[in-house]
Ligand binder design. Sequence first.
Ligand code: F6P
Ligand code: MG
Length: 481
Amino acid sequence: IEKQPGYATSDKASFAWQTARERWPIIITQAIDDVYRSVHAVRDDAAKEDEGKAIVEKLARLKYEVQHDRALELIADDGEPDVAAYNAELAQLNAAGPVTWLKAPWLYTECYLFRRMSTFFRTSEHWPRYDPYARQKIRTFRSSRPAVLELAARYRDLMQQLEKKDSAAVPADVAETLFAEMCEICLWGNATDLSLLTNLTYEDIQKLQGAEARRKAEANILVNDLPAAYSILTKARDAAAASPSAERRVDIVLDNAGFELYVDLILAGYLLRAGLATVVVLHPKNIPWFVSDVLPSDFGALLNALANPTSFYETPSAEEEHQGQPAPAKLTEAERADLAFLFGEWTQLYANGQVVLRPNIFWTQGGSFWRLPADAPELFADLQSSELVVFKGDLNYRKLTCDYDWDPTTPFSEAIGPLGKADSGINVLALRTCKADVVVGLPAGRDEELRAADGGGGDSGQRKWAWNGKWAVVSCSQGKK
Ligand code: F6P
Ligand code: MG
């Protein structure tokens, strides 16, 4: 059985408290502003305009309900099969007295918030697939230009080196260090999700992204199971040496679009080219989710930006023009070539079926991943045929661990329930920067130390050190023989 109840929005010591009161209203307001802007741009289509205005009103009402701690309403049927489960769970929670926004289980209610918003669009005729966060996602990706260019150059260089050498000729320790570095790039790419942007500036983001920043940040990885993950992949490779056509799959349960998706693709490309996998399956979301999560359309938007770097990077945005900012610097020939290389590489891997996008409705349901075997048996079986399933980001980690108030020294395998069993058939790797309370797998005394340090929460009872993405945990659990 799932560990319940987890953190709640009524819990003053939890990040849930602040999230529900400060961050959710901002997140809804951002959607309102965005739809408003799109409605404004509608030409000669009164029906679409009216419907857009009605959506804005629904969003505004939702915000009111959150801020005034109203009861959670049933989700309207928008034709998707998960509405029933959301509503059944709400009924169950309500059995103990009506659940209101500010006195509710954090994990369920936050999922419910995004699910509820999506029905406003899904039930409309003119806006069914509209993503109110698309603009924000692509804008932030554009502002991560320095890190994007730096990584594109490094990736190209690396691939050209790998091509020259037989991968067997790379010394073992160099190969392992490279793997670790690729994973760390991928890890810290998560530090910059947009739902935290409510308290982070673009400059902070750029600081978080460079190579130097990454080296310094290594000390901030509290648990680092990358060696175990590497050995899983190299063992699989060695075992398949006799049958080189055998599939060796790595799955990535994606988190955020933009820069994080970019580094996920860097990792995917590297794993394939270095022979650590033959296929990488990416799992995006079906509906706009926790502001910045990847939708299939974000994948297209990213490739599009790389395909047209001049218009993407050199055309000033409306905001930049409005603020009278100097025109963005022109890309150099080398930068252009690096981006073209990446674009060629990724479109080729995608066309070859070596990089696959596989959405599933399970990822946007309201519960934890302890429910995966029972609620999504086909998806579970599919993941069992992977060598390694990488879960990116904070929310995935919360879902793996039930968002439960574990003792921080609890072993990771125990905290992830059925997926962590020695015979689960799944190897799990969580790459997570900490942006919420739950944390497991720490050495005894570490949590206390971090709390006692500056800004760590002190004796407030709050685990503040874990709220801002500064610290990370990389945890592996092996469920395959
Ligand atoms: O607001 C809840 C939350 O899950 C936070 O814990 C985190 O800040 C954010 O949403 C999502 O982070 P991520 O994109 O890393 O899952
Ligand atoms: Mg996210």
